[in-house]
Structure formats: structure tokens, C-alpha cells
Design a protein around this ligand. Sequence first.
Ligand code: CDP
Length: 204
Amino acid sequence: MIFTVAIDGPAAAGKGTISRAVAKEFNLAHLDTGLLYRAVGAGVIAGGEALAVAKALDPRDLENPDLRTQAVADAASQVAVIPEVRAALVQFQKDFARREGGAVLDGRDIGTVICPSAEVKLYVTASARTRAGRRHKELTEKGFSTAFETVLAEVEDRDRRDSSRATAPLMAASDALTIDTSDLSIADAVAVAVKAVAAKYPVT
Ligand code: CDP
């Protein structure tokens, strides 16, 4: 069975939580494509050259917990504007999307560029303040002391960079279902997504 769920949206909108829940519910493989860009960003911070790092990426590199920091997120969105870097990461994502058994991919350009034929496309979003609040809470819980305003500025900066780049900018596919999670609980947001996937899920 080939079945792809594409989930796009800006930083900290809830894509990760929704993707993991959908993958679990329907027993699909899951790829957080942000980790690919984060791994390249981390390689650049470590002194590497972006394209060389992207070409040499190994799936095991994605398991590094250090990829979750703000500095790496920022570096990720900087390397993500480089068309050659994006091109180097395309085939891995396309293959993952069409793997046997079905897959959920979350990112910025899954429904638009990586898998325009995805059976289900969701665009998960929320206001910048809501998203910065969530990210701030996450960081505080992990023991990082960052001011809310700093996190908000970082989120807005990244939104701007992701939406305005020439190659594969962040945007909803014309046939995507938009889920605004600003006023939704996690359970409610997941329920909306699961319902949308269930409506397209192949009956066996
Ligand atoms: O978790 P969060 O939404 O903060 O970030 P992420 O999904 O891990 O993505 C980090 C950065 O990678 C984003 O700001 C984008 O610039 C880039 N990215 C991208 O360009 N295309 C994707 N499919 C996924 C991420």
C-alpha cells in the first residue's frame, strides 16, 4: 500500500505532535523532514560546508538530540534557502513518501514539492505568539532560560525566511486542509487530523 500524509506548516505549530499521532494511529512510517535541514545546519555550525554536509548525510545523523536547539533551528533555516542543499535532500524524502506501507512526512514543502500527489495534505498553523509561547515553554522545560521575546523574534524571523525564499517556500498546497491550532487542545487538533486521514485511508 502506498499512502502519503503530507503535513506542512510554520515552526512550533504542532506538526510534530500531529504527525506522530497520525503515524501511530494508522501504523505509518514517520519522517520529520526538519531534522534533515537541522542536521545540515548542525554540520555547518561544526565547520562543514552546507552542500557537502547535505550530500554526506546519513539517516543515523537524524537521531542526534542536539539537533533540537534554537541555534541549530536557525542554522537549518539558513541552509534551507540554498537550492542545491534542498535538491540534495529531495530524493530521500520522495522515496520515504512513497515507501510501501505508507508514510507521514512533516515539513514546509511536502504537499507542494516533495509529494504533490499525497493522498492527504494538512497545513498546520497557529499565530506567531501562540507558537512562540509553546516553543518557550518547551525550552524552559528543557532547562534553557530564554526570554519569551527572544523566542518570538526567532520564530518570526524564521517564518519570514521560510516564506520568502525563492525555492520551495513555506505555503499551503491549494488542496491542503488548514488546521489552525491557536485555540485547539492537542487532542482536538489530533482528532481533526485523524478524521481527515481516515476519510482517505484505503479500505482493505
Ligand atoms: O520544529 P520546527 O518547526 O521549529 O523546525 P523544523 O521543522 O525542524 O525545521 C527547521 C528549519 O528547516 C525550518 O525553519 C525550515 O527553514 C527548514 N525546513 C525546510 O526548509 N523544509 C522542510 N521540509 C523542513 C524544514
